[in-house]
Ligand binder design. Structure first.
Ligand SMILES: C[S@@+](CC[C@H](N)C(=O)[O-])C[C@H]1O[C@@H](n2cnc3c(N)ncnc32)[C@H](O)[C@@H]1O
Length: 214
């Protein structure tokens, strides 16, 4: 069967999209299907890329970070937010996620985009003060979706403060555990802001970014 260029381009756009300088693969892409066939099935909602990452990407485009920034993406899933920082600002980015099954999807996107980002399996609860002190900026998108995560993340932010991390940004479509986290953070830390975001492109997405400079 002969396919014309237009047909080939349609095929590729139905399995991936290009936005924020990144190629993002979807569930129909053959490499994503291959990873699933190989048994990499995400267990804690890391089965796809979530739109809250776009909220922080958009914010960082307007508020760029220096190249020297050491970024930690927590609950990184497929790691597109970290990959965006690595590509756009050329900074060093590391990701952690409790679910090792998401890491091959991160590696795949790093390869497809020719971007460097390291990652490992670790839980929020395992990130010690010494570990967190290696980073200046902590990012997390859509990571506060169960009630028990509010206190886990609040404690993580406290440890990050002790470790000298300068900024923590967590974005969310405003689920109740996240709103609770934002309220508690305002009570406990000095410099806390909540930025509301509404995006029309590349998808319609809305939510908030909790920004803490502890
Ligand atoms: C809704 S997904 C969001 C993934 C990614 N941040 C994104 O925006 O596409 C939540 C991610 O948090 C991870 N996660 C959940 N609980 C965690 C914990 N206690 N420690 C570290 N990662 C966790 C999940 O494995 C999953 O990849």
């Amino acid at each position: 069967m002969h396919l014309c260029l237009k047909q080939l381009m349609n095929m590729s756009s139905s399995t991936s999209r290009k936005t924020y300088g990144l190629k993002i693969l979807n569930a129909r892409h053959k490499e994503i299907r291959r990873l699933k066939r190989d048994g990499h099935i995400a267990e804690i909602h890391g089965n796809k890329f979530w739109n809250s990452s776009f909220l922080i990407m958009d914010y960082l485009r307007q508020h760029p970070i220096p190249r020297s920034t050491r970024v930690l993406e927590i609950g990184c899933g497929w790691g597109l937010l970290g990959l965006f920082c690595s590509k756009k600002f050329s900074c060093h980015v590391h990701g952690i996620d409790a679910d090792e099954n998401v890491l091959p999807y991160l590696d795949l996107h790093a390869r497809e985009n020719n971007i460097k980002m390291t990652a490992e399996k670790k839980k929020f609860e395992q990130l010690t003060i010494a570990y967190l002190s290696q980073f200046n900026l902590i990012l997390g998108a859509d990571i506060c979706f169960w009630d028990e995560m509010t206190m886990v993340l609040l404690k993580l932010i406290k440890r990050a403060q002790r470790g000298g991390v300068s900024t923590i940004m967590i974005s969310d479509p405003c689920r109740p555990p996240f709103s609770d986290l934002a309220e508690k953070a305002k009570e406990r830390f000095k410099e806390v802001s909540v930025v509301k975001k509404f995006l029309r492109k590349p998808v319609k997405a809305s939510g908030e970014i909790l920004i803490i400079k502890p």
